[in-house]
Design a protein around this ligand. Structure first.
Ligand code: HPA
Ligand code: ZN
Length: 346
């Protein structure tokens, strides 16, 4: 669909909500709502340093990525059993379905759990079972991307990969997350080369807080297929050119960028500039329980603040399918669904 009919401003939120879309950047541990954190803490007899849901929510005032990660890892400490991972992912899928997300690629951080004595099979089997049931019960197609924590060593990433190999049929890709500045992609050159040999799809967080140089090395050293965040790329014209030419998707997370003070307000976000430059931008929620919104909140708030229109809604949703790690026939089916939605929207 090359030309999208203009849509009246008061109808745009409806279009954003109803259009089918894929989510490609969601840390499943970042979907743990405070209520579920408390319920799991009670179920597992774990003490957390907050006395109520309200007190926990009040702590969600972040100044940068690290200030968030400290609370995010504390929240994940309530996950112990396979059922906990299942319940967390199932709750996300219900929210995703409500936002007309029909395909989701979920990041998970096994090292956050194995470091506490939770075994890899508990993590992966719980998440995988939630993916299977989401397809059957909600019609949402889910798959898993295992992330290495970049504040840890490459040796520890290798050990994590080893532990995950018995479950490799349940993992479509490998990612890189956690504290970015000071932990450049090239720190993980050898383990990503091994993952590539093994046939995994590759992605990495780069250019969230870190410099354009990290996006370059994610591309040239790690050889990733998508860049998670990547918003700092706008500081480097040659990099923008490279991303556009190679159709490297950026999984942009506007509300995350707002809450982690990457931009002072949503109106200052550079998403429109990135789209106008011809980049394959997508919209995603990152850690929705912490950043104040799931997919449709990200879409509707960003469109209001930056003045994006129906044409860009189509482009963003289409990019999300094009950049997803699904086979060509599934992509075609999803894009047909998207075209049908835009053709009939009035
Ligand atoms: N950046 C890096 N690591 C993360 C994030 C993020 O936004 N969310 C969860 N882990
Ligand atoms: Zn992220």
């Amino acid at each position: 669909m090359n030309h999208v009919k203009p849509v009246a401003a008061n109808r745009l939120p409806d279009l954003l909500r109803t259009m089918p879309k894929a989510e490609l950047h969601i840390h499943i541990e970042g979907s743990l709502e405070p209520e579920l954190i408390f319920a799991l803490a009670q179920r597992n007899n774990i003490t957390i340093p907050y006395s109520s849901v309200a007190e926990l929510r009040q702590a969600y005032a972040f100044t940068n990525l690290q200030s968030f990660l400290d609370i995010y890892y504390a929240g994940a400490s309530v996950l112990l059993k396979e059922q906990d991972f299942y319940d967390m992912a199932s709750a996300y899928f219900v929210r995703a379905a409500a936002d007309n997300v029909i395909h989701a690629e979920l990041f998970f951080d096994p090292q956050t759990h194995t470091a506490r004595g939770v075994s890899m099979d508990v993590v992966i089997n719980g998440l995988h079972r939630a993916c299977v049931d989401a397809q059957a019960e909600l019609g949402v197609n889910g798959s898993l991307i295992m992330c290495f924590l970049r504040h840890l060593s490459e040796q520890e990433a290798f050990e994590t990969l080893e532990q995950a190999l018995p479950y490799r049929d349940k993992i479509i890709g490998i990612g890189l997350d956690s504290g970015e500045v000071g932990n450049p992609p090239e720190k993980f050159a050898r383990v990503f080369a091994r993952c590539r040999e093994l046939g995994f799809h590759l992605v990495a967080h780069a250019g969230e807080e870190g410099p354009p140089a990290y996006v370059w090395t994610a591309l040239d050293v790690l050889k990733v297929e998508r860049i998670d965040h990547g918003v700092q790329s706008s500081k480097d014209a040659a990099l923008l050119q490279r991303l556009a030419t190679d159709r490297i998707a950026l999984t942009v997370c506007p509300l995350s960028n707002l809450k982690l003070c990457v931009f002072p307000d949503l109106a200052s976000h550079n998403i429109k500039h990135l789209l106008d430059t011809g980049l394959a931008v997508t919209v995603n929620s990152d850690d929705p329980a912490y950043f104040g919104g799931y997919m449709n909140d990200n879409f509707t708030q960003t469109f209001v603040a930056t003045g994006l229109q129906a044409q860009q809604a189509y482009t963003l949703a289409r990019n999300s399918f094009e950049a997803s790690f699904i086979d060509a026939s599934a992509k075609r089916r999803y894009i047909d669904q998207l075209d049908a939605c835009f053709a009939t929207f009035a």
